[in-house]
Design a protein around this ligand. Structure first.
Ligand code: URA
Length: 231
């Protein structure tokens, strides 16, 4: 693939902008500037530098964001900035989207990708990909509430009881809950149906992936591919 095509595919702007970056001496291969937009490279496994920053070539991008509170997952946010604004510009240009949504006030692990088939695989209720939530409640957690969350509560948009795959008390006012689906406001609605109220909500894992301790709120990181989440 030509170097200018690589840059174009990775979100570095229109074809002319990519050529301009290369001609201007802003692109390096193995640390050496390459100013030929037509230079042929093998994209698989390629790492290149743009203005001194290293970028891996990815046919499809998959990143993990530690979502802070105060950001909306929508492309057209209404009241708060979009989580998209936390990503590097090339990832925004590539059109990465959140894999499912977290509420504006929910924090933690948010996957983002431009791979539509992967979004479907990760969010389809039939695939049973577990998501773990750390929940802080307004009222003390009772054994009855835990029992109801485990055995199923009725939500207004589903005639069948919706149950958590696992529920574990983690404090007087705190629970860890694992869900296999991702219904709208599912945790908050399940907790409300069980008779308590969510005060704070944090997603700590998605599939086999846990939120890394060293990834600060607002920071993102590349993932190697779907196996990082699906195992
Ligand atoms: N359930 C909710 O209620 N909110 C979220 O952000 C995620 C799951």
């Amino acid at each position: 693939m030509k170097l200018s095509q690589v840059l174009f595919s990775q979100g570095f702007g229109a074809r002319r902008e990519c050529e301009g970056l290369i001609l201007g001496g802003h692109v390096a291969l193995a640390g050496v500037v390459c100013d030929d937009p037509y230079f042929e490279v093998e994209p698989e496994g390629l790492s290149f530098g743009v203005r001194g920053q290293a970028w891996p070539y990815r046919a499809k991008a998959l990143v993990l964001l530690n979502k802070p509170a105060g950001y909306e997952c929508s492309q057209k946010p209404k009241h708060h900035p979009s989580v998209m604004s936390l990503l590097a510009l090339p990832l925004r240009v590539r059109g990465l989207q959140p894999v499912g949504r977290l509420d504006e006030d929910t924090t933690g692990l948010l996957l983002m990708t431009d791979d539509g088939a992967l979004i479907h695989r990760l969010t389809s209720p039939k695939k049973h990909v577990p998501k773990v939530y750390e929940i802080e409640m307004i009222d003390p957690v009772t054994a009855k509430q835990i029992d109801e969350l485990r055995h199923g509560v009725i939500l207004h948009d589903d005639p069948l009881p919706v149950r958590a795959a696992a529920v574990e008390p983690t404090g007087e006012h705190a629970l860890r809950m694992t869900l296999l689906e991702g219904k709208y406001h599912q945790v908050k609605r399940m907790v409300a149906a069980a008779g308590n109220t969510v005060k704070a909500l944090h997603r700590s894992s998605y599939g086999v992936l846990s939120l890394p301790q060293d990834l600060a709120p607002g920071q993102w990181r590349w993932l190697d591919g779907p196996q990082s989440v699906l195992g």
